[in-house]
Design a protein around this ligand. Structure first.
Ligand SMILES: [Cu+2]
Length: 304
């Protein structure tokens, strides 16, 4: 009896596991065939069992997606070709099937082909690759500038176009998480930007090298002390998007997330008014404002 139950549950488990495995394979195959990809990836943050890039919220990230899918198709074709060749060689030219091997050493046509075809493949990859690089690196005329400074271990943001509004953004501790706030990603003060506007990023660091990375925006740029790096994004969908520091920068490297809220123009204008009041009233440690106030002492960074 006990054995039967154990056997049954074993069989059930095995069936479930294999069904899951087959389902996963079929799902992956369907995904590859559809070339869609976003089915297994959320936009704005990572999702459980994610197997693709995060969904795109900017034109740059959309281009990264299509380039990625294009490369995937090429890679699959190359791997299948090599697999077929290996199988043909193993079946047709093994010792049993082909006891007297041919003494052929050269075939001009094949030699030209295996040189020219890879060159053509590389050229086909290089053209969209350079196009994407130019899209990322050639900054369009910006509607808004956002200055980002990496600190050990938090980010601070400035809006130079808007009365130098500035604030720090720290991770929300586990104990303080509100419903809907993702763990290790939610922050106390989110960056807010208007939808469809081109945002120029000026990225630097105050202490060590950090990296400002927003997967759904297709942005990842180093934040270096003493250097101002530039990048840009144009978020085309409203929502909250998360990113993280992507350069090992010290013991709390994993705890300096980035949260960007993309809102309508009206909501952005309202937020600006509120934020200017909020962050002018001393809610922000003086370090952020030190450079704007002559004589202000350089105080300690925010205690965590
Ligand atoms: Cu960092």
């Amino acid at each position: 009896m006990g054995v039967t139950i154990a056997m049954n549950s074993w069989v059930n488990n095995a069936a479930r596991i294999s069904a899951g495995f087959v389902g996963g394979l079929v799902g992956s195959a369907a995904l590859l065939m559809a070339g869609a990809g976003s089915a297994f990836a959320e936009t704005g943050q990572a999702s459980p069992w994610q197997i693709n890039l995060q969904g795109a919220a900017t034109p740059v990230m959309e281009s990264i997606h299509s380039f990625h899918n294009f490369l995937l198709a090429i890679i699959i074709a190359v791997v299948l070709l090599v697999l077929v060749l290996l199988i043909v060689v193993a079946v047709k030219f093994n010792e049993k099937a082909n006891p007297v091997p041919s003494r052929t050493t050269h075939n001009t046509l094949i030699e030209v082909l295996w040189t020219v075809v890879p060159v053509l493949i590389l050229v086909a990859i290089a053209i969209p690759s350079f196009r994407l690089l130019f899209l990322q690196l050639d900054l369009p005329k910006a509607d808004l500038t956002l200055k980002i400074t990496g600190h050990q271990w938090y980010w601070s943001y400035e809006y130079p176009d808007n009365d130098a509004l500035a604030f720090d953004s720290l991770m929300v501790a586990d104990a303080d998480l509100q419903p809907g706030q993702p763990r290790l990603l939610a922050v106390d003060n989110e960056v807010v930007v208007p939808v469809n506007k081109i945002v120029r990023l000026q990225v630097t660091a105050a202490d060590v090298i950090h990296s400002f990375a927003m997967p759904s925006f297709g942005v990842k740029i180093d934040a270096l002390p003493g250097r101002l790096n530039e990048s840009w994004f144009q978020a085309t969908k409203e929502g909250v998007y998360y990113g993280q520091c992507s350069e090992l920068c010290g013991k709390d490297h994993a705890f300096m997330p980035i949260s960007v809220r993309v809102v309508s123009d009206e909501a952005f204008a309202t937020w600006l008014v509120d934020a200017k009041k909020k962050f002018a009233s001393g809610d922000v440690p003086p370090a952020t404002f030190a450079q704007n106030e002559p004589g202000a002492s350089l105080s300690q960074p925010t205690a965590r």
